[in-house]
Design a protein around this ligand. Structure first.
Ligand code: C2G
Length: 429
């Protein structure tokens, strides 16, 4: 018996996949198909997969070509599988030509011609086509526009720069001379401007029936926010906070471990985000505007927003808070944030529990690495998750999903959006 093995994501099954499986099957008598897990796809940079692992396994099963279906979960698993299943032939499409020659050591390697004119990427892009207009300062606009390239179906309709510097760095046809033309030629708008301008910009976009992804805090006061949320609801539009850390895999896994009581009951959370304004031109004059939403995120996502007491210390320079410390008292826990544009501190996140603690080293908000530490150091665990693009591409996928599926599952809940704005009012008082 000749055993053949092949692997794939098999998202949105199409004739290219089926033809590959048919030819793979004809190479031998027994075909094993490895379907990639969601996590493995993310780790290898495939962030746009539409269907779940189970749906993709069903896709393969429906072809009746696979004699066995397994899940591919980790880098290097192919070698394990070839040995475990005593495989004679490994095969994959010619788009991988050369990439798996190392498997020749274990079995025969055959590259089969890729079927032209069809791909999951194209199908996804057709399904998820969305043009996004960017309003912002140069640095964020460049970052965001670059990240859009990693998300199937997203195209940047234009960029309206709030500062004239570096206009020439963008292709001329991308630069929008005024907000109206940008909004009119976009399905959705990404806003990264001074928070004081958000209300007008968001309102204009919503009135033109455009979805909005806006750097948090979305507005400078609760009254504006409630009006905009109500307008978005009435028009069935998405108005989403942009806090890129929320969408990084490491941060999401950290939260799941903590909520899964890996460190016991959480008693204290201390979150520090600072950067000297001079070194970080994309930050705003106010340290709360630049860092508050990010610093508050773990506190509000773990403890909620119903704290019992709060104390705020703010150092003002030229009318802006250059450093703010906020301490929260919850029913049976405490939390604090320190945010600063005018000071440097250790930008770490510390989550203290009754069994251990989570430690995320600076800059914790870029979230790639964290440790879970215990009294007995032998139990300590280290975690690393690649976070290409600081989480922006994952945020764009989340925004695209919200628009496409119209779920009201906001990863950053409405309560958190409102509390971030409410706190801003207190800090600025
Ligand atoms: N394929 C093809 N023709 C297409 C599209 C895909 O022959 N038009 C082949 C690919 O070459 C691959 C298989 O179908 O052999 C599955 O393709 P994908 O689902 O895109 O998964 P991919 O990431 O290419 O899988 O580690 C190996 C990878 O998992 C291969």
């Amino acid at each position: 018996m000749t055993t053949v093995i092949t692997y794939g994501t098999f998202d949105l099954m199409h004739r290219g996949h089926v033809r590959l499986l048919e030819r793979a099957k004809s190479l031998g008598d027994y075909l094993i198909v490895g379907v990639t897990s969601d996590n493995f796809d993310k780790e290898r940079g495939k962030i746009n997969v539409s269907q779940t692992l189970l749906e993709r396994v069903e896709n393969v099963k429906s072809t009746c070509l696979a004699d066995k279906i397994i899940v591919e979960e980790y880098e290097g698993q192919k070698i394990d599988d070839i040995i475990k299943y005593n495989v004679d032939i490994f095969t994959v499409g010619s788009d991988w030509e050369g990439k798996f020659d190392y498997l020749n050591e274990y079995c025969k390697v055959v590259y089969l011609d890729r079927t032209k004119g069809v791909s999951s990427t194209e199908i996804r892009s057709d399904n998820n086509a969305l043009t996004i207009g960017i309003i912002g300062n140069y640095n964020m606009a460049v970052k965001f526009a670059r990240e859009c390239n990693f998300v199937n179906g997203i195209t940047v309709s234009g960029v309206y720069l709030t500062d004239d510097r570096n206009k020439e760095m963008f292709d001329n046809d991308l630069i929008a001379d005024n907000l109206d033309t940008l909004i009119d030629k976009s399905d959705a708008i990404y806003i990264s401007t001074q928070p004081v301008n958000h209300y007008q910009e968001i309102k204009l976009a919503l009135q033109r029936n455009k979805h909005v992804l806006c750097e948090s805090p979305i507005t400078i006061n609760t009254e504006q926010l409630n009006e905009l949320l109500d307008l978005a609801n009435r028009k069935k539009l998405i108005l989403m906070d942009s806090i890129k850390t929320a969408h990084s895999i490491a941060y999401q896994r950290l939260l799941l471990l903590v909520k899964g009581r890996t460190i016991g009951d959480v008693i204290s959370i201390d979150s520090v985000c600072t950067s000297l304004k001079s070194a970080n031109p994309i930050s705003w004059d106010s340290s709360y505007d630049s860092w508050g939403p990010t610093a508050l995120l773990p506190i509000f996502q773990i403890f909620g927003t119903q704290y019992e007491d709060i104390s705020i210390f703010t150092k003002k320079e030229n009318g802006n808070d250059s450093f703010t410390k906020i301490a929260f008292k919850y029913h049976d826990s405490v939390a604090s944030i320190k945010v600063g544009n005018g000071i440097k501190s250790e930008g770490e996140l510390l989550i203290s529990g009754t069994k251990g603690y989570a430690y995320v080293p600076a800059p914790w908000w870029k979230a790639e690495y964290f440790e879970i530490r215990f009294e007995d150091q032998n139990e300590n665990k280290k975690y690393y998750f690649k976070n290409d693009g600081e989480g922006i591409r994952y945020e764009i996928v989340a925004f695209q999903d919200l628009i496409k599926n119209r779920t009201n599952y906001y990863y950053i809940s409405r309560n958190i959006s409102k509390k971030i704005v409410e706190l801003r009012e207190k800090v600025m008082e």
